[in-house]
Design a protein around this ligand. Structure first.
Ligand code: UDP
Ligand code: MG
Length: 336
């Protein structure tokens, strides 16, 4: 059992966005599950700009268990992956575990991840035994997953699942990255020397609704693909080369036809169809280019990736907190 926040063995990082309905159930399972491991631990909650009561519930939980709880409060919504990265910067464990706040990732599985890490792996991913999401969501993400695996060469069997463990070496490397748009498990996989995966349970959301719309899922997948691969751009240059070649051949054929068989006037609508088809491809190509260019723009602007308003934490010597109202303002450390 942990008594001090001094260098715990395990840090659990949990992003929170409008999760007031489920937090009590999360605490009720998370703390006992970690106490049962018999290791020192800390839990770092990162509030990603919730507009509901999550902050006061987290603050109350901090009052209950200040020895093992830290709460990072963002001043706005910066997304799940930024929240996790901020959590990493605020944690000091040797083994970092991330999970969702909605109890879809059973806290009881943390022990299995930690056991695997102790075998000497530096990254332990997880595969959901039976996914408790809607059928279309499961199907769409499986299809996206296999396409992404081919494009990025990142071997993550089940990318939508955040119940994972990372070694201190990997987290230190991630803390040095200043990527504005990123996908934490993929970034970690890039740095891992000895990665593995285990199978875990998956439950239905305990309360509240998914914070991801179809739109934000598509955005996230673009982050994942553009952030880790140039294959889409290379695919377009290859396709452009192939199409130029084919159309050159077509010109030769048409000229020959014109010379030997005379003018051809039919096929106007076929021409329309082909033209629109290629216009679609070109527009998609420009859009894709824009996805990369936009990210480059965000990166060179170098604004803070997130702004930490306050961190609720006990002093290392176990002394009480500074009086309320004393705010510690920090920003993501690479833009300080
Ligand atoms: N989350 C977050 N910021 C966001 C969206 C989500 O911190 O902008 C958190 C959310 O509170 C939860 C986790 O990320 O702890 C996963 O979100 P959710 O369960 O809604 O995603 P799903 O399980 O539907 O993929
Ligand atoms: Mg969820």
């Amino acid at each position: 059992m942990s008594v001090s926040l001094n260098k715990p063995e395990i840090s659990v990082v949990i992003p929170i966005y409008n999760e007031q309905a489920g937090l009590a159930a999360l605490f009720a399972r998370l703390y006992p599950a970690l106490d049962a491991l018999g290791a020192t631990y800390e839990i770092v909650f990162v509030n990603d700009g919730s507009r509901d009561n999550s902050v006061s519930i987290l603050a109350e939980q901090f009052r209950q268990r200040p020895d093992v709880t830290r709460v990072v409060l963002f001043n706005g919504n910066y997304g799940q992956h930024m929240a996790i990265l901020a959590g990493f910067e605020a944690s000091r464990g040797d083994i970092m575990v991330t999970l969702d706040a909605d109890l879809q990732n059973p806290p009881e599985e943390i022990g299995n991840l930690v056991a695997k890490m102790r075998e000497g792996y530096d990254y332990v991913g997880s595969i959901r035994r039976k996914r408790q999401d809607s059928a279309w969501r499961t199907y769409a993400s499986k299809a996206m997953n296999s396409l992404r695996e081919r494009i990025t060469n990142i071997k993550i069997t089940d990318q939508g699942n955040m119940l994972r463990a990372y070694g201190r070496n990997i987290v230190d490397l991630m803390n040095q990255c200043a990527e504005v748009n990123t996908f934490v498990p993929a970034l970690a996989y890039r740095f891992a020397r000895n990665p593995t995966e285990i199978v875990v349970e998956h439950e239905e959301r305990a309360a509240g609704e998914s914070k991801y719309s179809l739109y934000s899922l598509i955005r996230l997948n673009f982050d994942l693909v553009t952030g880790f691969s140039l294959v889409p751009l290379q695919f377009y240059s290859m396709m452009g080369m192939l199409m130029s070649l084919l159309s050159a051949l077509l010109v030769v054929v048409l000229v020959a036809r014109r010379l030997f068989l005379g003018a051809e006037a039919e096929g106007v609508f076929t021409l329309f169809a082909i033209t629109f088809f290629f216009m679609g491809i070109i527009l998609f190509g420009i859009g894709l280019l824009g996805e990369y260019v936009g990210r480059i723009f965000q990166q060179v602007r170098a604004r803070p990736r997130y702004v930490v308003q306050t961190i609720l934490q006990q002093r290392d010597d176990g002394q009480p907190l500074p009086p309320p109202g004393v705010e510690k303002r920090t920003v993501g450390r690479h833009h300080e």
